[in-house]
Design a protein around this ligand. Structure first.
Ligand code: URA
Length: 276
């Protein structure tokens, strides 16, 4: 990007360049070599007889199963079949580790499956892992996760009382929102995860999780704190579900914590009632 090849830069120039990339939000290498996209878009001369140069740089990304990636429909179908075959949460985790139908997996370091207690009566589902979660392979371990822990503590709970997962188990590059297609491909897995955990109450953390799991298209500010029925699998059994504000949003908008506090009180009350 600076015009000087990295191999000719000094240590200080390289450090400054990488620091600048990080500040601009570029925190991920998607290939082992740089591409000049302007040159790629320029009109191409007729192809010369192909003599491929020997590849010297290993790609950073992992190869994906071409057949599954061929169409999103094929990926969704494959996700449905794999998820349905999983009889336990551990089998579902293994199925996700094998699944190559979501392109997000290529750039992710880890599959972020779950944290907490699989026997818990309360299940929380976020949107997708961030950088800290991707490094550690656990959901909600960054700043938003620390706030989530404090929110749980406010209703006398910790991670041993809840089961936590994400609608999408791979980090989108630069923490962008997962695309509708990525979300649709991952949906059969999170649905099955909820079914296998079989909680009494499901809480969607943030608008994206609410839209994915509850199909609610109105804004989170209007729909948070309301009870919905969430259908658990094909059997017709329904559990209570609520959406509340995402802890990452609360970090940016602390005055809204009072709304999340109200929702937490409601959730704690519903848990007490379902005890009886
Ligand atoms: N935000 C999410 O939605 N999930 C995480 O695991 C972390 C941050």
């Amino acid at each position: 990007m600076s015009g000087i090849p990295a191999s000719q830069m000094t240590y200080n120039e390289l450090t400054a360049l990488v620091g600048w990339y990080a500040e601009m939000g570029v925190d991920l290498a998607v290939d082992g070599v740089a591409h000049d996209r302007f040159a790629e878009d320029a009109p191409k001369p007729p192809p010369a007889p192909a003599v491929l140069p020997e590849r010297r740089t290993a790609p950073v990304t992992r190869p994906m199963t071409e057949a599954v990636l061929a169409t999103p429909e094929a990926a969704i179908q494959s996700a449905r079949e794999l998820a349905a075959q999983a009889a336990t949460l551990e089998e579902l985790r293994a199925a996700l580790e094998r699944f190559d139908g979501c392109a997000l997996k290529r750039n992710a370091q880890k599959t972020v499956f779950a944290d907490g207690n699989p026997q818990a009566r309360l299940m929380l589902v976020g949107e997708a892992p961030g950088a800290d979660e991707d490094r550690q392979g656990l959901p909600f371990v960054g700043r938003a996760g620390q706030l989530l822990d404090r929110m749980l503590a406010a209703i006398s709970m910790d991670r041993s009382h809840v089961y936590i997962a994400n609608a999408v188990p791979w980090r989108p590059p630069g923490n962008r929102t997962p695309t509708p297609q990525e979300t649709a491909i991952c949906l059969p897995f999170i649905r099955r995860q909820i079914e296998l955990c079989n909680p009494s109450i499901l809480v969607c953390l943030g608008g994206a999780s609410m839209m994915t799991l509850l199909g609610v298209k109105e804004g989170i500010m209007r729909m948070r704190g309301r009870w919905f029925d969430y259908p658990l699998g094909e059997g017709g059994q329904k559990i209570r579900a609520m959406a509340t504000l995402h802890p990452a949003y609360l970090l940016r908008s602390p005055p809204q914590k009072r709304l999340a506090w109200r929702d937490l009180q409601e959730i704690a009350k519903a848990l007490r009632e379902s005890d009886r």
